[in-house]
Design a protein around this ligand. Structure first.
Ligand SMILES: [Zn+2]
Ligand SMILES: [Zn+2]
Ligand SMILES: [Zn+2]
Length: 139
């Protein structure tokens, strides 16, 4: 497992330090996107600045993408085709008003192959509603 993560990080031109491996490992177990403070809370005794820098590096290297949610930034692991030049996370981000979780909905995505004479660097699709789990609870 640890070796897999090392290889993933190296594949994205990122030196696999022990902190980076820990953060990656944690994020890979999460279904929902997490804010900086949620990641910090998990790593009780780690330095906050280190965690912040780790997430920033991950974002620059195409390892995580960030989702802007009102005043909070949340982070989620990227698919393999993201890299340090470009992110391809052109899918819907869905915020559930009940459980307050933000998830990636790759089944609703923007076509990558649209032809334009201008360059798109980033697309944000953001929706709010009630997720399938919470909907079930309402019935
Ligand atoms: Zn990405
Ligand atoms: Zn929910
Ligand atoms: Zn996403």
């Amino acid at each position: 497992m640890k070796k897999d993560i090392e290889n993933k990080l190296i594949g994205k031109n990122t030196k696999p330090t022990s902190m980076r491996i820990l953060v990656y490992d944690f994020l890979s177990t999460q279904d929902a996107a997490l804010s900086l403070s949620e990641v910090e809370n998990y790593f009780d005794n780690a330095d906050r600045t280190t965690i912040y820098r780790t997430l920033k590096t991950f974002e620059e290297k195409g390892i995580v993408h960030s989702i802007q949610e009102n005043a909070t930034t949340k982070y989620k692991l990227c698919e393999d085709d993201c890299n340090e030049k470009t992110h391809k996370d052109w899918h819907l981000h869905f915020y559930c008003k009940i459980c307050k979780q933000t998830t990636c909905r790759e089944d609703i995505s923007f076509p990558e192959n649209i032809q334009t004479n201008f360059r798109i660097d980033e697309i944000r699709l953001f929706a709010k509603g009630i997720c399938e789990n919470c909907l079930e609870g309402l019935q």
